[in-house]
Design a protein around this ligand. Structure first.
Ligand code: RP5
Length: 154
């Protein structure tokens, strides 16, 4: 198994079912990834240590799913210049609209790419990560073209 180049993080075990969609999509493109459950508020030290060492370990893109206050993607982005893609997760009384507003509203200087709420966002986060990686990988670019052609036919 190749070393992971995408880090999939989530704030809670309760986020795993949706974020599995990200993992499945990366597998479809043959992109190696790792999955970490680490909350920005419950495990701040572990979360910081993970992201501070990510680039040196070969991680190129970080995908972070979080619900409710959904501060995880922004906290991760504050500790790295790797691209961070945020997935707002439903489950709260506000059905993920709270998470969407949190993730999409990063102040200038520390961007997070905000996806749609829930499984659509989880899948698109993987595709967006592949698009970033494909900038330097012609084989991956071809896989994206093939995927898009198949998807257009369905
Ligand atoms: C966030 O709070 C997590 O990302 C999760 O979506 C939400 C609820 O977490 P649990 O109480 O289910 O652990 O930090």
């Amino acid at each position: 198994m190749s070393s992971p180049i995408v880090g999939i993080l989530m704030g809670s075990e309760s986020d795993r079912a949706v974020m599995e969609e990200t993992a499945k999509m990366l597998e479809r493109f043959g992109v190696p990834y790792e999955v970490i459950v680490s909350s920005a508020h419950r495990h701040p030290k572990r979360t910081r240590e993970y992201v501070q060492s990510a680039a040196d370990r070969g991680i190129k893109v970080i995908i972070a799913g979080a619900g409710m206050a959904a501060h995880l993607p922004g906290v991760l982005a504050s500790e790295t210049t790797l691209p961070v893609i945020g997935v707002p997760l439903p489950g709260s009384a506000l059905n993920g609209v709270d998470s969407l507003y949190s993730i999409v509203q990063m102040p200038a200087g520390v961007p997070v790419a905000a996806m749609a709420i829930g499984t659509h966002g989880a899948k698109n986060a993987a595709i967006f990560a592949v698009e970033i990686l494909a900038l330097a990988d012609p084989e991956l670019r071809q896989k994206l073209a093939d995927y898009r052609a198949d998807w257009s036919r369905s």
